[in-house]
Design a protein around this ligand. Structure first.
Ligand SMILES: *Cc1c(COP(=O)(O)O)cnc(C)c1O
Length: 417
């Protein structure tokens, strides 16, 4: 993708990104990002943008956000050294444990931050969309915490596939609405949420789940998730005695990855995002957006997307529902184009194998999404022995048990001993 930017343009944009000057006032990360939305949605987005600028960096918002992260989410999350993995890989492996955050993944950082913002903007209720249900659960929990009613739109197909999460959301007080239109999955759910938002942009707050979509969401979500990288950076210095050589994170929409990478952009650390390689390289067999996609507009943002030659957005496949998305956040598109972050993919099988290894050697059942980052890190360690590796352990894998039971655990010599 480097052809998208001239070399001098790329280095100027990277410097701006490191300084914290991106997105610009039009919501752009260089050529990417922006706000491509229908006229009817413009007032809602403008209102949100104004609210974000007024509140996000205001001291009493920061104080409340920090307090909730500490007292309710359970932050700072641990940084764990992985001794047995380190030994078997011939590397020094450290894990940033977002699986230990409340509700089991990094998504809660964003959900509680936006729920607090919704309250301050005077919203009467919150709407959210969800695919696999993880963001829906985080939103339902966060809304219960701040005392706002929450409606979660979910494709009818996804509701059937993820019924335990539907039940979780309802118990957390959310109303779950089945979306029967379009593909009956995440994209249709987002469209339905947007349609609802337009009807009452003042009374409704739309709580988006990843660093994607039209401005200001990619910026807002990055700011809320950056706590991951800020903590990890300090913990590496305190516990590991220095920064890592390389950091890995899995990339769906890109929120846990940007949260980890953003505070490390100015450091001499290799950054590697890992997408879902699915079952193969063919269109529709994976969700490796940055690795194989092309520029286009998806859900209000100019970014890299999986599309055919007519610009039709392609279906994706991944064993992990959270990576199964045909777009990616615009800031990642820029970081790839500047060469600062490298994006690669791991297949379903590689992710499963990595999950099994991590489970048996460190006693951590990680999420299938996260397992993609482990698979890539293991390959890296094989090529560069002795590296100090930081992995963003984005979530826990309990939610994946229905999928995992279809793949019986292999017997591993080092696990059973
Ligand atoms: C949702 C999810 C992801 C993917 O979302 P990003 O916005 O790319 O971070 C990754 N890991 C876990 C555990 C998730 O639940």
């Amino acid at each position: 993708m480097s052809a998208l930017l001239q070399a001098d343009e790329a280095s100027a944009l990277l410097e701006a990104a490191i300084r914290g000057d991106l997105p610009d006032e039009r919501g752009r990360f260089g050529p990417f990002g922006g706000r491509y939305v229908p006229e009817t949605l413009v007032p809602a987005f403008e209102r949100l943008e104004k609210g974000v600028h007024e509140h996000l960096h205001e001291p009493s918002f920061r104080a409340e956000f920090q307090r909730e992260l500490h007292e309710w989410v359970g932050r700072p999350t641990a940084l764990s050294y992985a001794p047995r993995l380190s030994e078997s890989w011939g590397a020094e492996v450290w894990l940033k444990r977002e699986d230990l955050a409340h509700t089991g993944a990094h998504k809660i950082n964003n959900a509680i931050g936006q729920a607090i913002l919704a309250k301050r903007l005077g919203a009467k209720r919150v709407i959210a969309e969800t695919g696999a249900g993880q963001h829906g659960v985080a939103s339902a929990a966060a809304c219960a915490r701040v005392g706002l009613p929450c409606t979660v739109y979910m494709g009818a197909v996804d509701m059937e596939r993820q019924s335990p999460n539907v039940d979780r959301m309802r118990r957390l007080g959310a109303e779950v609405v089945a979306v029967e239109s379009g593909d009956k999955t995440l994209r249709a759910a987002i469209d339905e949420a947007l349609r609802t938002w337009v009807t009452d942009p003042e009374g409704i707050y739309y709580l988006l789940g990843s660093a994607v979509g039209a401005h200001p969401y990619p910026y807002l979500v990055r700011e809320l998730q950056s706590v991951i990288g800020q903590e990890a950076r300090q913990q590496m210095i305190d516990l590991a005695g220095g920064l890592p050589d390389v950091a890995f994170a899995c990339v769906g929409g890109g929120s846990n990855a940007i949260g980890l990478f953003y505070p490390l952009l100015g450091d001499d650390i290799e950054l590697i995002g890992v997408e879902a390689g699915g079952t193969g390289n063919g269109l529709g067999q994976n969700a490796a957006t940055l690795a194989t996609g092309t520029p286009g507009v998806l859900q209000g943002s100019y970014t890299i997307i999986l599309q055919d030659q007519d610009g039709q957005v392609q279906e994706t496949h991944s064993i992990s529902a959270g990576l199964d998305y045909s777009g990616v956040g615009p800031e990642h598109a820029l970081l790839q184009a500047t060469g600062r972050v490298q994006y690669i993919s791991a297949t379903d099988d590689e992710a499963l194998e990595a999950l099994e290894e991590l489970c048996a050697s460190e006693g951590i059942l990680t999420a299938l999404e996260t397992s993609h980052a482990f698979a890539a890190a293991r390959d890296y360690a094989a090529q560069k022995p002795g590296s100090r590796i930081l992995i963003g352990n984005s979530g826990r894998g309990d939610k994946d048990m229905p999928t995992l039971t279809k793949y019986p655990a292999r017997t591993r010599s080092h696990a059973g001993a």
